[in-house]
Structures are given as C-alpha cells and as structure tokens.
Design a protein around this ligand. Structure first.
Ligand SMILES: [Zn+2]
Length: 367
C-alpha cells in the first residue's frame, strides 16, 4: 500500500506523518485511502457491541446481554486508551448508537487529525491543513467522472499542493515573470501573472460556469459590455458571466476571482478564508454600486487556490444547481455537489498547467 501511494505522489519524499495524513478522509484534509491498521479495530469493536443483543438472544441459555457487554468492555477500553478523554466513547453511548462502527472510527479520525494539526511546524503547513478542514479542498478529488480529466503529472502536482509538499526541486527565480522567486511549494505559480496562467485559470472557471448555466437552461450571456469595471486602471469591462432575469427581474453580473489561499499565512495561519473575504470586499467596493445604479445585481464569485468558495459563490452554485437538478433529473444536493466539485477541479487543473510550465522552463519540476 505504501509503495502504491509513493508511486502516486512521485518522487517527493513522504514522511510517516504524510502517509498518516493521506489516510484521513477527504473531508479531513486527507485522500481517503483507508489503512486496515486504522479501520480494523473500530470496525471489530463496533460490530461486537452492535450485535450484543442478538448474541445474548442466541445464547440466552448460557449468558445475558449484560454479561456479554462486560466481556467485551476491555476491547472498548483499548480503543478509548488511544483517544483523548473528551473523545472517548462510553459503553451506553456505543450500545445506543445505530452506527457504532462509524462512531468509533470518527472519534479515532478526529483524534488523529487534532494531533496532526498540533504537530504542524510552520504557518504554511497549518494553513494547508486548515484549508483541508475548512474549505473542502478535496472537492476536486471527487469531481464526477466523465466531464473532465487531468493527466497523471497534473494530478501529482495538485495532490502535492494539497498536502503542502514540494512541487519543485529547488527555489529559483520565476522563469515566467522574472520578478519573484519560484518557491518549491508552488505558491507563487498560483498567483504569478507571467504567461497568462492566472487568466487561463480564471477563464476556465468562467467558461465552466457559463456552460453549467446553459445546461441548467438559465438565460446566460458571456459578454454584456460595460457593466462592471469603472476604475481608472482597468477601464470598463464586461461581466464575466451575466445571467438575465436572475431575481425579481434583475440581471446578475458575476465577477470570477481566484484568491491566493496562502496569502498572509505568517500573520494568521488558521484564517484560511481571510484571502477570499478580502477579495470579496475589494470586488464589492469596486463594482457593486455601479451595477446597482444600472439596475443589475452584482456578486463576486471568489474561490481559493487551495479550495473553498466565498458565501456568494456558494449561493450562486446552489441556485444554478437548483435549476440544473430539474433539467438533469437529479436531486438538488447532487447537482450542487457536482458543480462545486467541477469548479474545484477546473482550478486545480489550470494551476497544474502553471506549475508544470514553470517547472519545465526552470528544469526544477519533481518527476
Ligand atoms: Zn512568476
């Protein structure tokens, strides 16, 4: 198993704690690659307690449920011994649970995640883990099959970025912008303006939103000139996505933006949504008043380079999902879930282009 995981991640060195993290569920910042050594014990203990009543009925002539539970109590004690006091599970709670295996395994995962977070040595590492816990940044790993794909090298780069592992063998001057160092973790490459990679990523998200609006039969336009920008730097520009008759007869102007999730991580490592909130405030300040004056609604569609969406982006995806669920014949939850995962996938795929291009130009891309 370890060899298979190492080959998936290529030549970057994975430490024992990295291997442990990979086994966390995707929602807990891992890759959901369960290891038997972590799942066997809660599965077994949960199942014996779950079936205690049935066993006592089958064996009623020789034992009682209480005697069986007492017999199995040391097994539960063993599990609890590996958990912090506040996460330990008592016998009555386990017996009352309809999903005792899930209860035990969740407590064990939560305890391992807490220990991992506490062990993060740098603000950057902590920010990366927080992105996994607070931003569902593994969404792209679960993108629905059959819509889009990325090659194995792109996957490896995106997977390393999610883990906070090096993508490049050494830090060199960025070969694209020639202004900043290309850090080994690929952070600069996610906001570097050289070679148009940020525009490519922005356009990938914009085009995907337009495509999904069209699938949902929403009245969408990709160019509605003159609505948004009025600042002296950029001049006038069209909305990235314009949906006519969005709410109360008013059209909606969307401005797509990808924030650097690792911005300011030295100042406040756990504030992983801070960069997204700052972009939202900036966009609203620039464009909202002008849009409102013209009778349109404005929403910034802000995503994080390490995952996560602004509140407005989440609302927009929910509304698109609501429309597409009716058209596609799936539940609203499934439709919204697909949209979130496909947007997250488009971002990572585009970032992979930026990492690979710079890595090849400077000859520092880890294989
Ligand atoms: Zn650069």
């Amino acid at each position: 198993m370890y060899d298979a995981i190492r080959s998936l991640f290529g030549s970057c060195s994975l430490l024992p704690e990295d291997m442990d993290r990979i086994s966390f569920p995707i929602s807990k910042s891992g890759f959901g690659i369960g290891l038997a050594q972590h799942t066997a014990q809660p599965a077994y203990v949960g199942s014996v307690f779950h079936s205690a009543q049935l066993q006592s009925k089958l064996l009623s002539s020789v034992t009682s449920e209480e005697a069986l539970v007492n017999h199995y109590a040391p097994l539960l004690s063993n599990v609890n011994a590996s958990l912090p006091v506040d996460k330990q599970i008592s016998t009555p709670v386990l017996l009352a649970s309809s999903e005792p295996q899930h209860l035990l395994s969740s407590a064990m995962v939560a305890s391992r995640v807490s220990a991992f977070v506490a062990s993060c040595g740098t603000p950057r590492e902590l920010r990366v883990v927080e992105a996994g816990l607070k931003c569902s940044n593994g969404n792209w790993l679960e993108a629905p099959y059959g819509f889009d794909s990325m090659d194995s090298l792109s996957w490896r780069c995106a997977a390393r970025f999610r883990l906070g592992k090096p993508i490049f063998s050494q830090s060199v001057p960025c070969p694209s912008c020639r202004r900043e160092p290309l850090d080994i973790y690929g952070i600069h490459a996610t906001y570097c303006n050289g070679d148009g990679d940020c525009i490519h990523r922005h356009n990938a998200v914009r085009d995907l939103l337009i495509q999904m609006c069209r699938s949902a039969k929403l009245p969408v336009s990709d160019h509605e000139p003159g609505f948004l920008l009025s600042d002296t730097v950029s001049g006038d520009k069209p909305a990235d996505v314009f949906i006519r008759n969005w709410k109360l007869g008013r059209g909606l102007c969307l401005d797509v933006c990808i924030a650097n999730s690792l911005e300011n991580c030295n100042e406040n490592p756990s504030d992983v949504l801070g960069p997204l909130k700052r972009k939202v405030a900036l966009k609203n300040e620039k464009y909202e008043t002008r849009c409102t004056e013209r009778g349109f609604m404005f929403k910034p569609f802000v995503c994080g380079s390490l995952g996560g969406f602004s509140d407005d982006a989440v609302k927009v995806m929910k509304d698109i999902g609501k429309s597409s669920s009716a058209v596609l014949g799936v539940t609203k939850g499934v439709a919204v879930d697909h949209i979130r995962k496909r947007v997250a996938f488009a971002i990572q795929k585009a970032q992979a282009t930026a990492w690979i291009r710079r890595g090849h130009m400077a000859d520092v891309l880890l294989p």
